[in-house]
Design a protein around this ligand. Structure first.
Ligand code: NDP
Length: 458
């Protein structure tokens, strides 16, 4: 199958079927706005294809895809440094394992709830399929906030979380990784506790330290992959990143390494942010400034405004970077951080490329604005798939009991991002331009749906 078999997105039959489908979904999932938003974008783009394939309708593949295989929810009880007892909620949403064991990160943030984890787990199905590696979709996490906690408190929380989670995971069952609030430190504590509880050393988590089974480049992979994807989009359009001004939101794992790769490829990064505000550095970051920022965020766990204080530039307290004129925007912080109004501002200020390092950072409205304006828009499912791709490579190395070199992993990451881009072009080309949203959704879906049909109803 290729994109030429799809019917027009505007067909009234498709629109009516989409509306009916979404009405049912809303009824089944009230109070889950994030999940409904993620599903709406996907269903809207897939419906024309589904209508052309009666076997998919008969097996109710789309309906089954929108319902997780299971949601595990548990209490996490831990003690702070004063001996006070705290109770958090933990979850694992195992969404779909048609093409491989469940795979997806753990998010530790006070905003985590079932809706957020369902949206993330749902998107993960398509993203993992796009990587070409055998990984199903899942996500998990807790409403625990690591910010302001001591290392010992974070350790006790992670150990308590793993005491429950360990029953549901395994290298051939479900392989969690990190996400917001769950970085190298947390993965170390989680993995250590799994090993103690099960008395086995297994590749049951990814994002591990290189000393104990982690992969080189895993830390950098989501940010690097996002920039490789932007580079692929630009190169397909006969352009490059060289000399372009770039605004990046966030200053966490994804944002920092997106900045590093963008700079290596000749772009000028002029803004970064955190939940407190945005720093605007018109001269652009250089290697020294980025090293300083990486130390601030990854080691000292400080705030972005300290960058402005240290390097004498402006800090826009409480603002997103989207007001700053740039040619390339990389939203790398969190969901719904870029709305329709901000999308219009970016375009009016000359932005031509938006590539999502975060998951669903653009609202539905913003996505429509970008698609209508012909912006080169790389959706998160495709653009940030480099992280889970290298996680998949970490699983392979663990199975082989081997470690690959930096160059080997980076080479494979670049190949995977090129392949994902090629799939988007194949499935999303229409009248000479590429709709990357449709391309990513459809390419991811076709493979999973074939597997679901092959496995029979269940
Ligand atoms: P981190 O926790 O390392 O960093 C998150 C960054 O985003 C921080 O700068 C944080 O600021 C900011 N942020 C978080 N929540 C908010 C908010 N509500 N408003 C404004 N800023 C916010 O997470 P990652 O870098 O790992 O993840 C970032 C995004 O990328 C997420 O959407 C994640 O799902 C996605 N992603 C991550 C992958 C990975 O490999 N890590 C893989 C694929 C996608 P502050 O410190 O002030 O909270």
């Amino acid at each position: 199958m290729n994109s030429t078999t799809t019917v027009s997105l505007d067909s009234s039959e498709s629109r009516a079927a989409t509306q009916e489908f979404l009405a049912q979904l809303r009824k089944r999932n009230p109070h889950q706005p994030e999940f409904l938003q993620a599903a709406e974008e996907v269903v809207e783009t897939l419906m024309p294809y589904v209508l052309e394939h009666p076997e998919l309708q008969q097996a109710r593949v789309l309906e089954r895809l929108c319902e997780p295989d299971r949601i595990l929810s548990f209490r996490v009880t831990w003690q702070d440094d004063q001996g006070e007892v705290h109770i958090n909620r933990g979850w694992r949403v195992q969404f779909n394992n048609t093409i491989g064991p469940y795979k997806g990160g753990l998010r530790f943030h006070p905003t985590v709830n079932e809706s957020v984890l369902k949206f993330l787990g749902f998107e993960q199905i398509f993203k993992n399929s796009l990587t070409g590696l055998p990984m199903g979709g899942a996500k998990g996490g807790s409403d625990f906030d690591p910010k302001g906690k001591s290392d010992n408190e974070v350790m006790r929380f992670c150990q308590a979380f793993m005491r429950e989670l360990c029953r549901y995971i395994g290298e051939d069952v479900d392989v969690p990784a990190g996400d917001i609030g769950c970085g190298a430190r947390e993965i170390g504590y989680l993995f250590g506790e799994y090993k103690r509880l099960q008395n086995r050393f297994a590749g049951v988590m990814t994002g591990k330290g290189v000393a104990y089974g982690g992969s080189l480049i895993r830390t950098e992979s989501t940010g690097y992959g996002c920039v490789y994807f932007a580079q692929n989009m630009l190169s397909h359009a006969g352009d490059s990143l060289e000399g372009k001004t770039v605004c990046i939101s966030g200053s966490g794992n994804v944002a920092l390494y997106a900045a590093e790769k963008a700079m290596q490829l000749g772009a000028k990064v002029i803004a970064m942010s955190d939940s407190g505000g945005t720093v605007h550095d018109p001269d652009g970051l250089d290697e020294i400034k980025l090293d300083w920022l990486q130390d601030l965020k990854e080691v000292r766990r400080g705030r972005i405004r300290e960058y402005a204080e240290n390097f004498g530039c402006e800090c826009l307290e409480g603002e997103e970077p989207w007001v700053i004129p740039c040619e390339v925007a990389l939203p790398c912080a969190t969901q719904n951080e870029l709305d329709g109004e901000e999308a219009r501002t970016l375009i009016a200020n000359g932005c031509r490329v938006v590539c999502e390092g975060a998951n669903m950072p653009s609202t539905l409205d913003a996505v429509h604005v970008f698609r209508e304006a012909g912006t080169l828009f790389g959706p998160g499912k495709a653009a940030n798939a480099g992280g889970v791709a290298v996680s998949g490579l970490e699983q392979t190395q663990n199975s082989q009991r081997l470690s690959w070199s930096r160059e080997q992993v980076d080479e494979r990451l670049q190949t995977i991002m090129r392949d994902i881009h090629a799939q988007c072009v194949e499935f999303g080309s229409h009248n000479g331009s590429v709709d990357y949203v449709t391309g990513a959704n459809l390419a991811g879906f076709v493979k999973v749906s074939r597997g679901m049909l092959a496995h029979g109803v269940g």
